[in-house]
Write a protein that binds this ligand. Structure first.
Ligand SMILES: C[S@@+](CC[C@H](N)C(=O)[O-])C[C@H]1O[C@@H](n2cnc3c(N)ncnc32)[C@H](O)[C@@H]1O
Length: 275
């Protein structure tokens, strides 16, 4: 049997079949607290979207459903790891063993380096929207780049467990966690760098609504880092809609093509854009 570029054609059919099967398995789960099963399915889905081979065969409706499932399963995944680290005799070692550490290390380093290109701010007052049960980005920015970070999350449980986690890691002086929905938060003016997690505002028009609300409360020259996706990665998280690029001045877009899911767009707010 002829093989295509050394790969048996059945391979592609298997890959496409697999993503449909993965979708049905994930959608079919009652909840995502079974860490082993959830992690196995998430890892397979991440491998599919990062693999150049195999094209997406999910419908738009299926992708919208999957975004909701990814939001729930990532939340449970983070809860599992936050509990593991809090209960550990050596929380720091447990934190370093986080199974997704490599991806987040690359992503936060890319984001931090990209921020340093924009030289408007001598001192960064950082807000992270959507820290989750495991505010890993805030922890890596505090730990590896010596910054103070304020995290907001709409979810009471996520705020409670992440405060306990940050305390266990000895970072309570560097990371403050506030329970607030991004749409209700009024103190954006205190910050000159704002991160928007990709799982915040996955519902239709929600990201634009959050950015428009934010714009009413920002100091000029604030940098807004919005996580997005591209290509097959859109199966996991919705990309930032184009019309959101008109809310602020886009100044930089960065992507890591190997092993990381999110891309990032850095916008700058100018007072002329008004509220
Ligand atoms: C699971 S985390 C992912 C971020 C990841 N932990 C990090 O550090 O990069 C996403 C969190 O966003 C929160 N979230 C979603 N929509 C939000 C909103 N409108 N305002 C504030 N938090 C929100 C959810 O409660 C969830 O805990």
């Amino acid at each position: 049997m002829l093989t295509l570029c050394g790969v048996h054609p059945i391979f592609f059919i298997n890959m496409n079949h697999n993503v449909k099967k993965l979708y049905q398995e994930l959608i079919g789960m009652k909840d995502y607290s079974d860490y082993q099963k959830t992690n196995r399915l998430l890892e397979s889905l991440f491998a599919f979207v990062l693999d150049k081979k195999g094209k997406n065969v999910l419908t738009n409706n299926e992708i919208v459903n999957l975004h909701k499932v990814i939001s729930q399963s990532v939340y449970e995944f983070e809860k599992y790891w936050a509990n593991t680290i809090i209960k550990s005799k050596n929380p720091r070692k447990a934190f370093e063993s986080f199974s997704d550490m490599d991806r987040y290390r690359k992503l936060t380093k890319m984001e931090w380096m990209s921020l340093l290109i924009c030289s408007s701010h001598k001192k960064h007052n950082i807000l992270f929207i959507g820290g989750g049960p495991l505010p890993i980005t805030a922890i890596l920015i505090a730990q590896n780049h010596g910054q103070k970070v304020t995290v907001i999350d709409a979810d009471a449980f996520a705020c409670d467990i992440s405060r306990r986690l940050v305390k266990k890691l000895g970072l309570s002086k560097k990371i403050i966690i506030i329970q607030s929905d991004a749409l209700g938060f009024q103190n954006y003016r205190q910050f000159n760098v704002i991160f928007l997690a990709s799982l915040v505002g996955i519902e239709k028009n929600m990201k634009e609504n959050i950015l428009l609300h934010m714009r009413k409360h920002l100091q000029s020259k604030t940098h807004i880092l919005v996580r997005s996706t591209f290509g097959k990665r859109k199966i996991l998280y919705p990309p930032l809609p184009r019309r959101a690029y008109d809310i602020f001045n886009p100044i930089l877009e960065a992507r890591i093509l190997n092993g990381t899911i999110n891309s990032v767009i850095i916008f700058e707010h100018s007072a002329k854009q008004g509220g």
